[in-house]
Ligand binder design. Structure first.
Ligand code: R5P
Length: 298
């Protein structure tokens, strides 16, 4: 019987429980401790059989989330398992997918290679910044797009304009717009590679009097969505809704989005809930279960 092990954090536990329910898989507990010097300790039950799914989202503190998931893989390999699947709803470091400036690492490649080396044979994640980055994981890997699934489970305004905050997010907007049978468009974003500051350039978009749904992979500092919202309001858009896979909400993101006039943010539960009434989460566990079954991984 396939088994699901949750990482030590509340978000991973929630998704693991929903995933095991969807797959009718055994939900098992690992032992987690932190040594007095800050190092992690894990121990898995020694009666497991292949396949085993480790549900561990790479939420902050990202580095210890990554180490914990690697320790779990090695622990499972140590009891003789081979079909070890990492279910990582949020995959940290995926935005550093190239050397933007000379002297930088390709962080996503480092992390994915480390997962493989620690014992994971397969990997499933939700809406990576660029799904092509999964090529760095030398095993089976799947990226799950959540927007259609989310749209069927939340209240969106009638006939909204779907908008990508930059050209990189266009495929997301196209996919959601085609699911809803409505129009889509995109904004043009520039980010200062040193300060991180975001500027949205004006474009001739017909959003006057319209409700808009901005689609993106992630809200981190909130700069992108706040700037896009301001620009849309400037050109006469009515209510602004946001749909993202991952609501990280770093620093003052919630205040930034409220200040810009965002009506509501819909996100998966890949990260801990932040933002009170502004942010509604959709449980991603059942969708992950469906994809794992479709792939024939369990
Ligand atoms: C960048 O290309 C991503 O798709 C997101 O738009 C970006 O990472 C969001 O970050 P922030 O919320 O800090 O603007």
């Amino acid at each position: 019987m396939p088994a699901v092990i949750a990482g030590s954090d509340a978000t991973s536990k929630l998704i693991a429980s929903s995933l095991s329910g969807a797959l009718k898989a055994r939900l098992v507990e690992a032992v987690y401790k932190v040594f007095p010097d800050g190092e992690l300790y894990v121990r898995v039950p020694d009666d497991l059989q292949d396949p085993v799914m480790v549900v561990k989202t790479m939420s902050p503190p990202q580095d210890s989330s990554i180490v914990e998931s690697m320790l779990l893989a090695d622990a499972l390999a140590g009891i003789g398992l081979e079909d070890i699947i990492l279910v990582a709803p949020y995959l940290a470091y995926s935005r550093q997918d190239r050397r933007f400036l000379r002297g930088e690492p390709v962080s996503v490649s480092v992390v994915l290679k480390a997962f493989r080396a620690s014992g994971y044979r397969r990997l499933i994640t939700v809406e990576m910044h660029k799904p092509e980055s999964l090529k760095y994981f030398e095993g089976d890997a799947v990226n799950v797009s959540p927007y259609r699934y989310m749209a069927d489970r939340v209240e969106l305004p009638e006939s909204p304009l779907i908008l990508a905050p930059d050209r990189g997010a266009l495929r997301r907007a196209m996919d959601l717009a085609s699911h809803l049978g409505v129009d889509y468009d995109y904004l043009v974003k520039e980010r200062d590679r040193v300060t991180g500051e975001v500027k949205i350039k004006p474009r001739d978009i017909d959003a006057r009097g319209m409700d808009v749904v901005i689609v993106d992979d992630i809200i981190s500092t909130g700069g992108t969505i706040a700037e896009a919202t301001r620009e849309l309001k400037r050109i006469g858009a009515r209510r602004i809704y946001v749909m993202v896979a991952h609501a990280l909400m770093a620093g003052g993101a919630v205040e930034k989005l409220r200040g810009a006039g965002v009506e509501r943010v819909y996100a998966t539960n890949s990260l801990p809930p932040r933002g009170g009434e502004l942010v509604r989460q959709v449980d991603i566990g059942p969708l992950l279960g469906r994809v794992l079954r479709d792939e024939g991984w369990c």
